[in-house]
Each structure stands twice: as C-alpha cells, then as structure tokens.
Write a protein that binds this ligand. Structure first.
Ligand code: ATP
Ligand code: MG
Length: 654
C-alpha cells in the first residue's frame, strides 16, 4: 500500500492532547518512560512492589533458558490474597469490589469483605471436592459474580483455572477439558443472554460423554436461572449446597511466583486454539501496573467497567486480576448491550456513575450502527477515560467513541495486547500521550516492541512490517500447555530472539505504531500488499457503512482479489448504486489498487464470542469452499445467511 494512501487514513494531524486536569493528577507521567528505559528490570522490580509478597523476590528476570522466562522466581505470594484480603486488612472491606448487573435487571453489590468470605468458602469447597495444588479446574459460567469468585478460589488454593466461554459448544468445551486434563468443572444451570435463560449444564453433560474427559470427578453447579437440570448423582454438586456451609475464613498459602495461575485457550480466529499458560507473580505485576497506568485508576473514586467476557483474556486481566489487585470498584454485566433495549450499556454507565470504560471496536461499531441518539438519552458525564481492545479500531469508530460516549473530552486509549502477552503492551497513557485516532501508538514503559521487515531489520518511520517484542516482559506466556515445541515454533522461530506476535504493523512519521491486523490477513493484489484493516477502515469511513470485513480471495488474474462484506448503518438502503459508490469511495481513499472487486451487504458478520471477525470463514465463502471450524462462532446461522447472498453478489472487473 502506498504511503500516500496510508497517510489519508492515518491523518496524523488529528491529535488530542490529554485533558489538563487529568495530566496534572495522572498516576503515571512522562518520566516513567525514561526510568524504564534506563533500567528496565529495576522498573519492573519496582512495579512488583505493588503486590504483597510473603517472600519478597530478590531476582527479577531469569532469561538463561530462552524462550522460557522466569520472573521474580524466588518470590512467593498468593494471588487471591493480593486481590482481596489485603484490601480488607488495609481498612477497605466496605468498598464495593463488584457491582453485578444481571441481564433481567437483578443486581447485587459485593464489598471486598464479602468477596473475601465468598472466595474463602469456595476455596474450602474446592478442597473438599479433592482439588489440590496444581490440579486444573475448568470454569464454564455466565458473567455472574461466581465466575470471579471461582477464579479467585482456584488461585487461592493454587489450582490453575481454565475458563471456557459460556457460549462455546459441548465439543469446544470437551477439547479444552481434555487438553488441560481438568478434574473439576464449575458451571451453572444457565445464564441470561438476549432476554432468554440459556442452559449451560447440558453442554457440560454432553462434553463429559466425550473420550478424554474421564478424569473429571465433580461438576459444581451454580443456580442462576432455576431451569430444570439433569443431574448425575455422585458427580454433580450444587454450589449453594457445598459452598454456603463452609467457614468464611481461609488461610491463603503462598506459592512460588512461577506457580501456574491459569490456562486460557486463544479465541481461535486463526485456527486451532492454543492453551496459553500464565503464572502468578509476573502476571499480577503487569496486569496491576497497566491497569493503574492506562486507566489512571483512582481506587477511592473511580467506577471501572470492562465489558469483556471472563472467558477471554481481557476478562481475566482487566475484570478480575488487574482491577482487584488495585482495589478497584468494578461493574460486572451479565448480558448483551441490546437487552432489553439498545441503550442498556449507557443506562448502566448512568446508574453506577462509571468513570472508566473498556470495550471492543466491534461493540463501538454496533452502537454507531444503532444511532447517535441512543447514548445521547443518558447521562454519561461521569466518564473520564475510554479504552479499546481486541481489534484495530478504525479512526471513524475511535472518533465516534470519543464524541458520542466521551462528549469529545475523554481520552481514548487503544490498547494492543494478546492472550499470550497477558497484559497491555502498546497503548497511549491518558495523562501523557496526545492520542491519534486509530493508533495504539507507543509501547508502555518497560515494554520493548518494534516493527521489522522480512529480514528482521527494524523499519524506518513510515515503513511497515511485522510487530515483534524484543525483550521479555513479566506477564508473558510461559509456554503452550503441554507443548513447548509449539510454543517455540509459533512465537520464537520466525525471528531469532524476538517474539513474533503474528500481527502486521506500520510506524508513522512520528514513530507511532499502527496495527494492521494479522499477518495472515494481508492480501496480495497484483503485486501489492494490502492490509484488510486499511480497506475496512476506508469502507467504514463512508457514512452508510457501519461495519466491514475484508478478505482476499484467490484470483487467477491478480493473485488475490478484494472481497468486502459490509453491514449498512441503520437508515442506509441497499440499492443499485450503493456498491459502486462504496467501491469509488475506497478507490478515492486508498487508490484504485485497493478497490474491492466484490462488495456484499450482509446483515451480520461471523464473529467469535469475543467479538472478532472470523475472516478465515469469509475467505471460505469468497472462495466457494466448505466452511472450516465454526465451533467458536457466536452464531453459526450467520454463515448460512451470508452464503445465500453470494450468487447475487455484485462484482465487476475493472
Ligand atoms: P487466535 O490467536 O486463536 O487466532 P486471537 O488472536 O483472536 O485468537 P486474542 O489473544 O484474544 O485471540 O487476540 C489478540 C489479537 O487481537 C492480537 O494479536 C491482534 O491481532 C488483535 N488486537 C488486540 N488488541 C488490538 C488493538 N488494540 N489493535 C489492533 N489489534 C488488536
Ligand atoms: Mg492470536
């Protein structure tokens, strides 16, 4: 892609300096970069002191056997103690840890003191069920407080959890139970989504009929929806029967900093999910630090809300571990943004006076599609920082977010990271960075990231290539569960001594980093590399387009041709001229080479539960292939709808 066209989207002149008030009281200031630069390990050793260690670490990083890192290896701590008990001991037991908002409208607030009692009881219950230090526990729950309690109870007794999306099928669940060799499953009768009580337990029952799941001894079931539930005597146990009768005090044991905390399978957008292993001390250090720095968290006054599901890494790091380690007050919402009406999120922001909001571009684009008038009906004046994660956020959506949710005054922090990195890696700092719509901008203090070309040379400002991390970081994955070789091959083999993230990126003239989507998603059209992200951004910058997904389809003449799937905005009509209008628009924005050959207006796009577009499925459709694995899709009927559109698809050959 030519630099001229890129510059159109990058619009470097649009910068938003931090609000003066925020900058004046920011948790982290400009000097953090220099401090971390001068002594990176010293910087992280200092951040580790945010935690309460029962044995203080004397060693920061052991990188003697790369790529297997050890951070703070001679330190000992209990992660749950750090997230709960120490806040009670510090006199903050009455502070709300979690405001739970159920989809049907029920709510429940848990203080840190209450959370301590619940986590203690659940820890005793797991021990009674025979869970020992090191045993894996699968968690398959809706977004209810018990999900947080269950994760912390596992952490408390040193049993690594493997949280599986409540929306995954029995097969997807069985694969993950087998791979982690889980001994106990924590689930619920069901949960509320889109106004309905959706059963969960039947998927567990079905998963446990699959080979390789025989080691599961017990299924602990939370009662949420009160729907009828099949029961296997001797295996199934109601949460309230066993947890509620346990003592409310529990003495936490200190574990090694490198003790496994959890396994989490990646969302599977690029293929077979990988069991990413995270450990304790380094992970908690970086999640706590980044949450403090990037959200400028003031635990006494802020109300923080991360809309992710606990089933993906954002839920782990920024619903559970980071915020709780910092003593934050958070909102936990069970349902979908449009239940029972499309203003539900904004109603929640208004109800709890949310100050810090963390969500994904897919959700922002959905809200854009529903219309500006919806958030305008609510009082969102409490908000002071808005965050984005999960995909590149196109400048159009970034601006919409800042204008319509943030009243044109809140910083937007676009945070780049992955399941593998465990915590945020590249992001503006809200009190320091002049933000640029669409760019994640700079590595956080203590993080070393850059963009390199095929020959591993760092690209100059203005150049593009592969995003790599050049130094180990505390919350890095330690391996792929049970597969050290796949760990080496996937992340460390492409470039020597560097972690290859799998994402394409560019540096602009200021050296700021722009994420361009996965390397696998880059298209080759008549000898030009074109990023799907850039074409999608160009499409979404047209007033009639709410969302776009672009793929390269094999083409005899041009190697690949660009095929775009678009969702139109609320009022836009799909008429004859539209496709031509959109093609012309992309051509004007990016140049004729980037003009999509086909554009198909569709009602929905295939997405994972974490909201990411599954481009590989769209590629299958565009190339008339049998669909690949759809088990991690939110709604597989979407693909049927899209396929029926194909024969009538607009196409032209210029
Ligand atoms: P899989 O690895 O199985 O394909 P996944 O990569 O979608 O799944 P995650 O670890 O949840 O699973 O997502 C991390 C990826 O999401 C990043 O590698 C990147 O492609 C994308 N991403 C996350 N945050 C951002 C961001 N702020 N800007 C651009 N891309 C982002
Ligand atoms: Mg990935």
């Amino acid at each position: 892609m030519s630099n001229k066209s890129l510059a159109n989207l990058m619009s470097e002149e649009r910068r938003f300096p931090p609000p003066a008030e925020l900058a004046a009281h920011a948790n982290v200031t400009e000097s953090a970069y220099a401090a971390a630069e001068a002594d990176r390990l010293g910087f992280w050793a200092e951040q580790a002191r945010r935690l309460s260690w029962s044995t203080e670490p004397t060693e920061t990083l052991d990188w003697s056997n790369p790529p297997f890192a050890k951070w703070f290896a001679d330190g000992k701590l209990n992660v749950a103690y750090n997230c709960v008990d120490r806040h009670v001991e510090a006199g903050n037991g009455d502070r709300v840890a979690v405001h739970f908002e159920g989809e049907p409208g029920d709510s429940r607030s848990l203080t840190y003191a209450e959370l301590q009692r619940e986590v203690s009881r659940a820890a005793h219950a797991l021990t009674e069920l025979g869970v020992n230090k090191g045993d894996r526990v699968a968690v398959y729950l809706p977004m209810i407080p018990e999900a947080v309690i269950a994760m912390l109870a596992c952490a408390r007794i040193g049993a690594p959890h493997s949280v599986v999306f409540g929306g995954f099928s029995a097969d997807a669940l069985a694969t993950r139970i087998r791979d982690a060799d889980a001994r106990v499953i924590i689930t619920a009768d069901g949960g509320y989504r889109r106004g309905k009580a959706t059963a969960l337990k039947p998927a567990v029952d079905e998963a446990l009929t699959r080979p390789g799941t025989e080691n599961v001894r017990s299924v602990l079931v939370v009662r949420r929806t009160e729907q009828d539930t099949d029961w296997t005597e001797g295996r199934d146990v109601w949460w309230h029967d066993i947890v509620d009768r346990q003592p409310a005090e529990h003495t936490p044991e200190a574990f090694d900093a490198e003790h496994p905390l959890f396994i989490l399978y990646t969302s599977g957008t690029t293929g077979n999910p990988k069991g990413i292993l995270h450990t304790s001390g380094g992970y908690l250090t970086q999640t706590a630090y980044t949450h403090h720095a990037v959200f400028d968290l003031k635990p006494e006054s802020d109300v923080y809300w991360c809309t992710a599901d606990v089933g993906w890494v954002t839920g782990h790091s920024y619903i559970v571990y980071g915020p709780l380690a910092n003593g934050a007050t958070s909102v936990l919402y069970e349902g979908t943004p449009d239940s029972p009406h499309k203003g539900r999120w904004w109603e929640i922001v208004q109800k709890y006076g949310v100050t810090l909001l963390y969500t994904a571009p897919t959700a922002i684009r959905a809200c854009m599609k529903w219309g500006d008038d919806i958030p305008a009906r609510f009082d969102l004046s409490s908000l002071r920082i808005l965050g984005s994660v999960g995909e590149p956020i196109n400048p159009e959506a970034w601006i919409w977010y800042r204008e319509n949710i943030g009243a044109g005054r809140t910083p937007v922090v676009d945070t780049w990271w992955q399941t593998e990195t465990g915590a945020m890696m590249i992001s503006p700092l809200p009190g320091v960075t002049a933000t640029k719509p669409g760019s994640a901008q700079v590595p956080l203090p203590g993080i070393s990231a850059t963009v390199i070309d095929d020959e591993a040379n760092e690209v100059p400002d203005g150049g593009g290539g592969y995003l790599v991390l050049t130094e180990p970081w505390p919350s890095m994955l330690r391996t792929i569960w049970g597969d050290d070789q796949r760990f080496r091959d996937t992340y460390w083999a492409r470039f020597e001594h560097r972690y290859f993230a799998g994402d394409g990126a560019k540096k602009d003239q200021d050296g700021d980093i722009w994420l361009l989507g996965r390397v696998d998603d880059v298209m080759l059209v008549s000898g030009h590399n074109i990023s799907t992200t850039e074409v999608e951004s160009a499409l979404v910058s047209h007033p009639k387009v709410a969302e776009a997904a672009v793929v390269g389809a094999t083409d005899p003449q041009t190697t690949q041709s660009i095929c775009a799937f678009v969702i139109l905005r609320g009022t836009a009509k799909e008429d004859d001229g539209l496709v031509e209008e959109l093609r012309a628009h992309v051509s004007k924005q990016l140049g004729p080479i980037a003009k999509p050959k086909r554009i198909l207006p569709v009602a929905e796009l295939p997405k994972t539960r974490s909201g990411k577009i599954m481009r590989r499925l769209l590629r299958d459709v565009a190339e008339n292939r049998q669909l690949g694995d759809v088990t991690t899709l939110t709604d597989s009927s979407v693909m049927d709808l899209i396929q029926t559109k194909l024969p009538g698809a607009a196409s032209s050959d210029d």
